[in-house]
Ligand binder design. Structure first.
Ligand code: RUB
Length: 355
Protein backbone atom coordinates (compact mmCIF):
# COMPACT_ATOMS: atom_id res chain seq x y z
CA UNK A 1 0.00 0.00 0.00
CA UNK A 2 1.38 3.44 -0.95
CA UNK A 3 2.06 6.10 1.67
CA UNK A 4 -0.89 8.03 0.31
CA UNK A 5 -3.28 5.07 0.55
CA UNK A 6 -2.09 4.46 4.12
CA UNK A 7 -2.74 8.13 4.86
CA UNK A 8 -6.28 7.91 3.45
CA UNK A 9 -6.92 4.78 5.51
CA UNK A 10 -5.91 6.73 8.65
CA UNK A 11 -8.32 9.51 7.67
CA UNK A 12 -11.12 6.99 7.32
CA UNK A 13 -10.34 5.66 10.80
CA UNK A 14 -11.02 9.15 12.18
CA UNK A 15 -14.74 8.89 11.33
CA UNK A 16 -14.57 11.79 8.91
CA UNK A 17 -17.17 12.53 6.27
CA UNK A 18 -14.86 12.57 3.24
CA UNK A 19 -16.04 13.92 -0.12
CA UNK A 20 -12.99 12.68 -2.06
CA UNK A 21 -10.26 10.12 -1.41
CA UNK A 22 -7.87 7.76 -3.19
CA UNK A 23 -8.41 4.00 -3.21
CA UNK A 24 -7.21 1.13 -5.40
CA UNK A 25 -5.39 3.41 -7.82
CA UNK A 26 -8.33 5.76 -8.48
CA UNK A 27 -10.15 8.71 -6.95
CA UNK A 28 -13.44 8.12 -5.14
CA UNK A 29 -16.01 10.88 -4.92
CA UNK A 30 -19.30 11.18 -3.08
CA UNK A 31 -21.80 12.34 -5.70
CA UNK A 32 -23.12 15.46 -3.94
CA UNK A 33 -25.78 15.92 -6.61
CA UNK A 34 -27.53 12.78 -5.35
CA UNK A 35 -27.51 13.58 -1.61
CA UNK A 36 -29.34 13.03 0.67
CA UNK A 37 -31.41 10.35 -1.01
CA UNK A 38 -28.52 8.33 -2.38
CA UNK A 39 -24.96 8.00 -1.01
CA UNK A 40 -23.41 7.24 -4.37
CA UNK A 41 -19.64 6.79 -4.69
CA UNK A 42 -18.10 7.49 -8.10
CA UNK A 43 -14.73 6.24 -9.35
CA UNK A 44 -12.62 8.70 -11.30
CA UNK A 45 -9.51 7.71 -13.24
CA UNK A 46 -8.83 10.72 -15.43
CA UNK A 47 -8.16 14.35 -14.65
CA UNK A 48 -10.66 15.34 -17.39
CA UNK A 49 -13.42 13.49 -15.56
CA UNK A 50 -12.49 15.14 -12.28
CA UNK A 51 -12.59 18.57 -13.96
CA UNK A 52 -16.09 17.78 -15.22
CA UNK A 53 -17.15 16.62 -11.72
CA UNK A 54 -16.02 19.97 -10.29
CA UNK A 55 -17.72 21.91 -13.08
CA UNK A 56 -21.05 20.09 -12.72
CA UNK A 57 -21.06 20.25 -8.88
CA UNK A 58 -20.64 16.51 -8.24
CA UNK A 59 -18.01 17.79 -5.83
CA UNK A 60 -18.45 21.33 -4.55
CA UNK A 61 -17.72 23.73 -1.68
CA UNK A 62 -14.56 25.81 -1.68
CA UNK A 63 -12.48 23.63 0.64
CA UNK A 64 -13.47 20.42 -1.13
CA UNK A 65 -12.71 21.72 -4.61
CA UNK A 66 -9.33 22.91 -3.29
CA UNK A 67 -8.64 19.36 -2.15
CA UNK A 68 -9.97 18.00 -5.45
CA UNK A 69 -7.52 20.28 -7.28
CA UNK A 70 -4.61 18.72 -5.38
CA UNK A 71 -5.90 15.20 -6.05
CA UNK A 72 -6.38 16.05 -9.73
CA UNK A 73 -2.75 17.08 -10.02
CA UNK A 74 -1.73 13.84 -8.34
CA UNK A 75 -3.84 11.85 -10.81
CA UNK A 76 -2.25 13.70 -13.73
CA UNK A 77 1.24 12.92 -12.40
CA UNK A 78 0.37 9.29 -11.80
CA UNK A 79 -0.74 8.76 -15.39
CA UNK A 80 1.91 10.84 -17.14
CA UNK A 81 4.95 10.05 -15.04
CA UNK A 82 4.83 13.66 -13.84
CA UNK A 83 5.92 15.28 -17.11
CA UNK A 84 6.07 19.05 -16.95
CA UNK A 85 3.86 19.43 -20.01
CA UNK A 86 1.09 17.31 -18.51
CA UNK A 87 1.27 19.05 -15.13
CA UNK A 88 0.85 22.44 -16.81
CA UNK A 89 -2.05 21.12 -18.89
CA UNK A 90 -3.79 19.59 -15.86
CA UNK A 91 -3.33 22.78 -13.82
CA UNK A 92 -4.94 24.87 -16.58
CA UNK A 93 -7.82 22.45 -17.00
CA UNK A 94 -8.61 22.19 -13.30
CA UNK A 95 -8.34 25.94 -12.70
CA UNK A 96 -10.75 26.64 -15.55
CA UNK A 97 -13.60 24.71 -13.91
CA UNK A 98 -14.88 27.29 -11.39
CA UNK A 99 -13.62 30.87 -11.00
CA UNK A 100 -14.72 32.14 -7.58
CA UNK A 101 -13.31 29.79 -4.91
CA UNK A 102 -9.66 30.69 -4.43
CA UNK A 103 -8.65 27.45 -2.67
CA UNK A 104 -8.83 25.61 -5.98
CA UNK A 105 -6.29 27.99 -7.54
CA UNK A 106 -4.06 28.01 -4.46
CA UNK A 107 -3.72 24.24 -3.99
CA UNK A 108 -2.96 23.78 -7.70
CA UNK A 109 -0.31 26.52 -7.45
CA UNK A 110 1.17 24.77 -4.42
CA UNK A 111 1.56 21.55 -6.42
CA UNK A 112 3.01 23.50 -9.37
CA UNK A 113 5.56 25.11 -7.00
CA UNK A 114 6.70 21.68 -5.96
CA UNK A 115 7.07 20.44 -9.58
CA UNK A 116 8.87 23.56 -10.83
CA UNK A 117 12.38 22.81 -12.02
CA UNK A 118 11.57 19.16 -12.85
CA UNK A 119 11.03 17.84 -16.37
CA UNK A 120 9.54 14.74 -14.73
CA UNK A 121 8.55 15.14 -11.09
CA UNK A 122 9.01 12.05 -8.91
CA UNK A 123 5.54 10.93 -7.78
CA UNK A 124 6.53 10.71 -4.12
CA UNK A 125 7.30 14.43 -4.17
CA UNK A 126 3.72 15.19 -5.26
CA UNK A 127 2.35 12.58 -2.90
CA UNK A 128 4.07 14.30 0.05
CA UNK A 129 2.60 17.65 -1.01
CA UNK A 130 -0.94 16.25 -1.28
CA UNK A 131 -0.61 14.72 2.21
CA UNK A 132 0.65 18.07 3.55
CA UNK A 133 -2.34 19.91 2.03
CA UNK A 134 -4.89 17.40 3.38
CA UNK A 135 -3.37 17.34 6.87
CA UNK A 136 -3.23 21.12 6.99
CA UNK A 137 -6.87 21.57 5.93
CA UNK A 138 -8.08 19.10 8.51
CA UNK A 139 -6.01 20.73 11.25
CA UNK A 140 -7.46 24.12 10.22
CA UNK A 141 -11.02 22.80 10.56
CA UNK A 142 -10.38 21.79 14.16
CA UNK A 143 -8.60 25.04 15.01
CA UNK A 144 -11.04 27.46 13.41
CA UNK A 145 -13.89 25.38 14.79
CA UNK A 146 -12.55 25.86 18.32
CA UNK A 147 -11.96 29.60 17.88
CA UNK A 148 -15.45 30.05 16.44
CA UNK A 149 -17.14 27.88 19.07
CA UNK A 150 -16.01 30.38 21.73
CA UNK A 151 -18.35 32.91 20.10
CA UNK A 152 -21.40 30.67 20.41
CA UNK A 153 -23.34 30.77 23.67
CA UNK A 154 -25.29 27.99 25.32
CA UNK A 155 -28.85 28.22 23.99
CA UNK A 156 -27.95 30.01 20.73
CA UNK A 157 -29.63 29.33 17.43
CA UNK A 158 -27.14 29.77 14.59
CA UNK A 159 -28.32 30.53 11.08
CA UNK A 160 -26.17 29.27 8.22
CA UNK A 161 -26.48 29.51 4.46
CA UNK A 162 -25.56 27.03 1.73
CA UNK A 163 -23.30 24.21 2.88
CA UNK A 164 -20.01 24.95 4.59
CA UNK A 165 -19.54 21.55 6.17
CA UNK A 166 -17.55 18.33 6.19
CA UNK A 167 -18.29 17.38 2.58
CA UNK A 168 -17.38 20.91 1.47
CA UNK A 169 -14.06 20.58 3.30
CA UNK A 170 -11.80 17.85 4.57
CA UNK A 171 -14.29 15.84 6.56
CA UNK A 172 -14.64 17.13 10.13
CA UNK A 173 -17.03 20.03 9.60
CA UNK A 174 -15.59 22.24 6.88
CA UNK A 175 -15.76 25.81 8.09
CA UNK A 176 -19.18 27.00 9.38
CA UNK A 177 -20.18 23.53 10.55
CA UNK A 178 -16.83 23.02 12.31
CA UNK A 179 -17.74 26.02 14.49
CA UNK A 180 -21.18 24.56 15.13
CA UNK A 181 -19.86 21.05 15.70
CA UNK A 182 -17.20 22.19 18.18
CA UNK A 183 -19.77 24.27 20.10
CA UNK A 184 -22.02 21.21 20.24
CA UNK A 185 -19.12 18.99 21.36
CA UNK A 186 -18.39 21.51 24.13
CA UNK A 187 -21.82 20.57 25.47
CA UNK A 188 -23.60 23.75 24.43
CA UNK A 189 -27.28 23.42 23.80
CA UNK A 190 -27.47 24.87 20.30
CA UNK A 191 -29.78 24.74 17.32
CA UNK A 192 -29.19 25.49 13.68
CA UNK A 193 -31.39 27.18 11.11
CA UNK A 194 -30.30 26.01 7.66
CA UNK A 195 -31.36 28.07 4.65
CA UNK A 196 -32.32 25.84 1.74
CA UNK A 197 -30.14 27.75 -0.78
CA UNK A 198 -31.96 27.97 -4.07
CA UNK A 199 -31.32 26.89 -6.75
CA UNK A 200 -28.98 23.95 -5.94
CA UNK A 201 -30.48 23.44 -2.48
CA UNK A 202 -27.16 22.70 -0.79
CA UNK A 203 -28.68 23.76 2.55
CA UNK A 204 -31.76 21.53 2.30
CA UNK A 205 -29.92 18.58 0.84
CA UNK A 206 -26.44 18.60 2.38
CA UNK A 207 -26.31 20.89 5.45
CA UNK A 208 -29.45 19.30 6.87
CA UNK A 209 -28.07 15.82 6.06
CA UNK A 210 -24.76 16.46 7.82
CA UNK A 211 -26.28 18.09 10.89
CA UNK A 212 -28.65 15.18 11.24
CA UNK A 213 -25.68 12.78 11.05
CA UNK A 214 -23.88 14.80 13.77
CA UNK A 215 -27.03 14.76 15.93
CA UNK A 216 -27.31 18.57 15.97
CA UNK A 217 -30.89 19.93 15.92
CA UNK A 218 -31.62 21.62 12.60
CA UNK A 219 -34.61 23.53 11.27
CA UNK A 220 -34.87 24.16 7.55
CA UNK A 221 -36.19 27.41 6.09
CA UNK A 222 -36.47 28.78 2.59
CA UNK A 223 -33.98 31.58 1.94
CA UNK A 224 -36.62 34.31 2.09
CA UNK A 225 -37.56 33.42 5.71
CA UNK A 226 -34.32 34.57 7.35
CA UNK A 227 -35.52 38.16 7.90
CA UNK A 228 -38.64 36.89 9.60
CA UNK A 229 -36.69 34.49 11.85
CA UNK A 230 -34.32 37.28 12.86
CA UNK A 231 -37.13 39.76 13.49
CA UNK A 232 -38.88 37.41 15.96
CA UNK A 233 -35.70 36.59 17.91
CA UNK A 234 -35.15 33.10 16.56
CA UNK A 235 -31.54 33.74 15.47
CA UNK A 236 -28.66 34.73 17.80
CA UNK A 237 -25.69 34.31 15.42
CA UNK A 238 -25.09 33.93 11.70
CA UNK A 239 -22.10 31.82 10.58
CA UNK A 240 -21.35 31.19 6.90
CA UNK A 241 -18.31 30.01 4.91
CA UNK A 242 -16.47 31.96 2.20
CA UNK A 243 -15.32 31.11 -1.26
CA UNK A 244 -12.91 34.04 -1.30
CA UNK A 245 -12.09 36.86 1.12
CA UNK A 246 -10.46 40.03 -0.25
CA UNK A 247 -7.62 41.84 1.55
CA UNK A 248 -10.14 44.30 3.06
CA UNK A 249 -12.42 41.52 4.42
CA UNK A 250 -15.15 41.69 1.74
CA UNK A 251 -16.24 38.15 1.05
CA UNK A 252 -17.72 36.09 -1.74
CA UNK A 253 -20.07 33.35 -0.61
CA UNK A 254 -23.12 31.56 -1.97
CA UNK A 255 -25.79 33.78 -3.50
CA UNK A 256 -28.11 34.95 -0.74
CA UNK A 257 -25.37 35.51 1.85
CA UNK A 258 -25.47 39.30 1.37
CA UNK A 259 -29.23 39.33 1.95
CA UNK A 260 -28.79 37.54 5.32
CA UNK A 261 -25.99 39.97 6.26
CA UNK A 262 -28.28 42.96 5.60
CA UNK A 263 -31.02 41.48 7.74
CA UNK A 264 -28.58 40.54 10.53
CA UNK A 265 -27.25 44.11 10.68
CA UNK A 266 -30.77 45.51 10.92
CA UNK A 267 -31.46 43.22 13.88
CA UNK A 268 -28.05 43.61 15.60
CA UNK A 269 -27.26 39.92 15.17
CA UNK A 270 -23.53 39.09 14.95
CA UNK A 271 -22.59 37.89 11.46
CA UNK A 272 -19.40 35.82 11.04
CA UNK A 273 -17.65 34.07 8.24
CA UNK A 274 -15.72 30.94 9.17
CA UNK A 275 -12.82 30.45 6.82
CA UNK A 276 -9.10 29.77 6.69
CA UNK A 277 -6.10 31.94 5.91
CA UNK A 278 -5.88 30.10 2.56
CA UNK A 279 -9.19 31.58 1.48
CA UNK A 280 -7.92 35.12 1.96
CA UNK A 281 -6.73 36.50 -1.35
CA UNK A 282 -4.27 39.31 -0.65
CA UNK A 283 -3.85 39.90 -4.37
CA UNK A 284 -7.25 41.62 -4.50
CA UNK A 285 -8.06 44.73 -2.54
CA UNK A 286 -11.84 44.46 -2.31
CA UNK A 287 -14.83 42.34 -3.23
CA UNK A 288 -15.26 44.31 -6.45
CA UNK A 289 -12.24 42.40 -7.81
CA UNK A 290 -13.73 38.95 -7.16
CA UNK A 291 -15.05 37.16 -10.22
CA UNK A 292 -18.60 35.96 -9.56
CA UNK A 293 -19.42 32.75 -11.39
CA UNK A 294 -22.66 32.71 -13.40
CA UNK A 295 -24.28 29.33 -13.92
CA UNK A 296 -27.08 28.17 -16.21
CA UNK A 297 -30.30 30.19 -15.97
CA UNK A 298 -32.32 26.97 -16.35
CA UNK A 299 -31.48 26.28 -12.68
CA UNK A 300 -33.74 29.24 -11.84
CA UNK A 301 -36.52 28.64 -14.34
CA UNK A 302 -36.70 24.95 -13.32
CA UNK A 303 -36.54 22.83 -10.20
CA UNK A 304 -35.22 19.27 -10.32
CA UNK A 305 -35.44 19.42 -14.08
CA UNK A 306 -39.10 20.45 -14.00
CA UNK A 307 -39.93 23.79 -15.62
CA UNK A 308 -41.46 26.34 -13.19
CA UNK A 309 -41.53 29.56 -15.20
CA UNK A 310 -43.33 30.09 -18.50
CA UNK A 311 -41.26 29.23 -21.55
CA UNK A 312 -39.36 32.23 -22.89
CA UNK A 313 -38.92 33.95 -19.51
CA UNK A 314 -35.37 35.20 -18.94
CA UNK A 315 -33.51 34.40 -15.72
CA UNK A 316 -30.05 34.91 -14.30
CA UNK A 317 -28.05 32.84 -11.85
CA UNK A 318 -25.12 34.57 -10.18
CA UNK A 319 -23.77 31.71 -8.08
CA UNK A 320 -22.18 33.97 -5.43
CA UNK A 321 -22.60 37.45 -4.01
CA UNK A 322 -20.27 39.83 -2.25
CA UNK A 323 -20.84 40.85 1.37
CA UNK A 324 -19.00 44.09 2.22
CA UNK A 325 -16.76 43.88 5.31
CA UNK A 326 -18.88 46.50 7.11
CA UNK A 327 -21.53 43.79 7.68
CA UNK A 328 -19.08 41.41 9.34
CA UNK A 329 -18.61 41.04 13.08
CA UNK A 330 -15.56 38.85 12.58
CA UNK A 331 -13.63 36.49 10.34
CA UNK A 332 -13.05 33.17 12.08
CA UNK A 333 -9.78 31.54 11.00
CA UNK A 334 -7.43 28.83 12.22
CA UNK A 335 -5.27 31.58 13.74
CA UNK A 336 -8.08 33.23 15.69
CA UNK A 337 -10.99 35.60 15.12
CA UNK A 338 -10.19 38.73 13.11
CA UNK A 339 -12.23 41.87 13.78
CA UNK A 340 -12.29 45.47 12.46
CA UNK A 341 -10.23 47.10 11.02
CA UNK A 342 -10.02 44.12 8.67
CA UNK A 343 -7.41 45.42 6.18
CA UNK A 344 -4.91 45.98 8.96
CA UNK A 345 -5.77 42.92 11.03
CA UNK A 346 -5.80 40.54 8.07
CA UNK A 347 -2.30 41.73 7.11
CA UNK A 348 -1.13 40.95 10.64
CA UNK A 349 -2.76 37.53 10.45
CA UNK A 350 -0.57 36.77 7.45
CA UNK A 351 2.57 36.83 9.56
CA UNK A 352 1.06 35.01 12.54
CA UNK A 353 2.06 31.39 13.09
CA UNK A 354 -0.67 28.81 13.88
CA UNK A 355 -0.73 28.06 17.64
C1 RUB B 1 -20.50 26.58 -1.90
C2 RUB B 1 -20.63 27.75 -1.06
C3 RUB B 1 -20.31 27.54 0.32
C4 RUB B 1 -18.88 27.96 0.35
C5 RUB B 1 -18.36 28.29 1.63
O1 RUB B 1 -20.69 26.92 -3.23
O2 RUB B 1 -20.87 28.87 -1.44
O3 RUB B 1 -21.10 28.32 1.15
O4 RUB B 1 -18.11 27.01 -0.36
O5 RUB B 1 -18.18 27.21 2.41
P1 RUB B 1 -20.90 25.78 -4.30
P2 RUB B 1 -16.68 26.77 2.69
O6 RUB B 1 -21.93 24.84 -3.76
O7 RUB B 1 -21.36 26.53 -5.50
O8 RUB B 1 -19.55 25.14 -4.49
O9 RUB B 1 -15.95 28.02 3.10
O10 RUB B 1 -16.81 25.79 3.79
O11 RUB B 1 -16.17 26.18 1.44
Amino acid sequence: MSKLEQFVRNLKDQQLLLSIWFENGALKLINQLKLPHKEEILTIQKVEDLAEAIRNMTIRGSGAIGIAGAWGMYLAALHSGGTREEMIRAARLLKSTRPTAVNLMKTIDEIMDCVNGFEMTPIDRIEAKVIEILERQLQFEHLLGSHGANLINDGDTVLTHCHSGALAGSGYGGRALSVIRKAYEQGKNIQVIACETRPYLQGARITAYELQKFGIPVTLITDNMSGYCMSVGRVQKVVVGSDRVAANGDLANKIGTYMHALAAKEHDIPFYTATSSHTIDFSIQSGADIEVEFRGAEEVTSLNGQRLAPKGVEAIYPSFDITPNSYLSGIITEKGVITHPFSQNLQQLNSKVVQ
